[in-house]
Design a protein around this ligand. Structure first.
Ligand code: MD3
Ligand code: FE
Length: 217
């Protein structure tokens, strides 16, 4: 008899809420490769602190890769084909990013996920992301896949009304979450990052979010 007979090949997904699936350590084995690809993207499109439409500077620093990148300035939030810093198109999405995002989406029940944008968020201790909804994408039927690397963070997951008190989840290195269905429009954010040092990333957390922006067809 094999002691491991009862374990699934991929650890079971934990359902955080209808449509929100946490895949613990799903990217663990590829983390170093993902990090290396991230650094290559950031060499072409450096991290920057975006301005919110309200005139605040974000504590999180951001870049993108793929056909579209996410930008924010006094004119608002939007997806754009060119990086406003360089005037060039965003770096291509690395193959290892695409493969991981597709595998995670499929595991959560979304076949053939074809993200057009990967938003790269970097947090250093103290950086946070206030409660918000992601609704700059035209395709709200596609899920968002998020990958956490480096220092752990407390992720705040609320309801579809800002007034609902958020639940708190700790997201650690290698954790992947797929947000679709009713969870797609939930309010969410990240509590101020705690001080720490990660073996691979040092004093920071990087979060990759894969998005389908335009509707297909
Ligand atoms: C739930 N990023 O970039 S990832 C963002 O850790 C963002 O950097 C956070 O929120 C971060 O917009 C959270 C998890 C996440 C991403 C998108 C979502 C959760 C989501 C969209 C809808 C619902
Ligand atoms: Fe978000």
């Amino acid at each position: 008899m094999d002691l491991f007979d009862d374990l699934p090949v991929e650890a079971a997904a934990q359902v955080l809420a209808p449509g929100a699936m946490l895949l613990r350590a799903f990217a663990w084995n590829e983390a170093a490769q993902l990090l290396q690809a991230t650094e290559a993207v950031l060499a072409q499109a450096p991290l920057r602190h975006m301005q919110t439409p309200g005139g605040y500077t974000m504590s999180v620093s951001t870049s993108s890769c793929g056909a579209l990148g996410w930008v924010s300035d006094a004119r608002g939030y939007r997806y754009a084909a060119c990086d406003p810093v360089s005037g060039q198109t965003w770096p291509a999405m690395p193959e290892c990013f695409l493969a991981l995002a597709r595998r995670a989406a499929a595991q959560a029940g979304y076949a053939d996920f074809r993200p057009e944008a990967c938003l790269i968020n970097q947090y250093v201790p103290g950086a946070k992301l206030s409660l918000h909804q992601d609704r700059d994408e035209r395709d709200l039927d596609a899920p968002i896949v998020s990958v956490s690397l480096g220092l752990p963070a407390i992720f705040l997951f609320g309801g579809t009304e800002r007034s609902q008190r958020p639940q708190r989840y700790r997201l650690a290195h290698g954790d992947v979450v797929v947000w679709g269905g009713p969870a797609r429009l939930a309010f969410h954010g990240v509590a101020p990052l705690e001080e720490g040092a990660h073996a691979l990333l040092g004093r920071r957390r990087i979060n990759l979010t894969f998005r389908r922006v335009r509707r297909e067809g």
